[in-house]
Design a protein around this ligand. Structure first.
Ligand SMILES: [Fe+2]
Length: 250
C-alpha cells in the first residue's frame, strides 16, 4: 500500500508545534457530554465528531457501513458547547475523522508502559490516500505528564517522552508508535485528540506553526525504567497464563 504522508511526520513520526495560549480560552471541555470508554487507562471521552454524528466514540470501522477514520460527522450538541475546540480541529483544513476530548485519571509510569498500544487509524484506508495521524492538544496544564512513544514496545531506548503543559500541540503517527500517556497530576487530564489526513493542507499547517521533531527527553532514572519494564513483563506473563488456563486462579 502506498499512502500520502507528511515528510516531517514521516521522518520521526511526531511533530511538536508552537505552544497555544490555552489560558486565553474558556474551559469548554468541562461543558461537554462524556461517555465511559476505557482506553489505555481510566478514561472517558467526549466526542465532537463521530462516525454518524451521534454521541459515541467507537472506531469508524465498527459503524455501518464500516469505513476508515475520515469524514467525521460533527455533533451539533457538542459543537455548540466547544466552538474554540472545533475551530482548532478544523484549522488545518485537512479531513477530520474522529475528534474527541479525552479525560484521563492520574496513573503511574508502570501503568503507562502496560497501556502502550498502536492505533488502527488506517484500517480500511484506501491505497494512495492520505495516512491518518492524530493531533494532541493538551487542555489542562500537566507539565509533569508525558505522552510516551516507542518504536518498539519493549525497547526503552526507543522511548520518547513529550511533556504536556497547557497548550502543548503535538501530532503523532499513532499507528507507527506504541504510545500511552503518563499522567502524574492529582486531577484528570483533558486533551483534544483529532484524526487528520496527511496531505498538503496538513503540511501547510505544520509549517505555519513551526512544526519540529527536535526533542530531548527529560531525565528519568534508568532504574525506574527497568523496574517498570520488569513489572509490565510480569503482568503480561500473568495475563497470558490466565488466558491459557481460564479459571485456574479460582
Ligand atoms: Fe491510541
Amino acid at each position: 500500500m502506498s499512502y500520502v504522508k507528511s515528510a516531517l511526520l514521516d521522518e520521526k513520526g511526531y511533530v511538536i508545534l508552537d505552544r497555544y495560549d490555552q489560558a486565553a480560552d474558556p474551559q469548554e471541555w468541562l461543558d461537554l457530554q462524556y461517555v465511559d470508554w476505557k482506553s489505555s487507562g481510566d478514561t472517558r471521552f467526549a466526542p465532537l465528531a463521530s462516525a454518524n454524528g451521534e454521541i459515541e466514540v467507537n472506531g469508524f470501522w465498527n459503524s455501518t457501513p464500516p469505513r476508515t477514520d475520515k469524514d467525521g460527522v460533527w455533533i451539533p450538541s457538542q459543537v455548540e458547547k466547544a466552538p474554540h475546540l472545533v475551530e482548532r480541529a478544523t484549522e488545518p483544513g485537512a479531513n477530520v475523522g474522529r475528534c474527541r476530548v479525552i479525560e484521563l485519571q492520574p496513573n503511574d509510569y508502570t501503568e503507562t508502559l502496560y497501556n502502550l498500544h498502536q492505533d488502527d487509524n488506517n484500517r480500511l484506508n484506501p491505497d494512495e490516500s492520505g495516512w491518518i495521524v492524530r493531533g494532541f492538544f493538551n487542555l489542562t496544564d500537566d507539565p509533569e505528564s508525558f505522552i510516551v512513544l516507542r518504536e518498539d514496545r519493549f525497547d526503552p531506548s526507543s522511548e520518547i517522552r513529550l511533556a504536556l503543559p497547557a497548550g502543548a500541540q503535538i501530532i503523532v503517527d499513532t499507528q507507527r508508535f506504541w504510545h500511552a500517556v503518563w499522567h502524574q497530576g492529582s486531577a484528570p487530564r483533558y486533551c483534544l485528540i483529532t484524526s487528520w489526513e496527511c496531505g498538503p493542507a496538513l503540511d501547510d499547517y505544520i509549517q505555519k506553526h513551526h512544526g519540529s521533531s527536535e526533542h530531548q527527553n527529560a531525565h528519568l532514572a534508568p532504574e525506574v525504567i527497568a523496574e517498570a519494564q520488569a513489572s509490565v513483563q510480569r503482568r503480561l506473563a500473568e495475563r497470558a497464563a490466565s488466558l491459557a488456563f481460564p479459571g485456574s486462579s479460582d
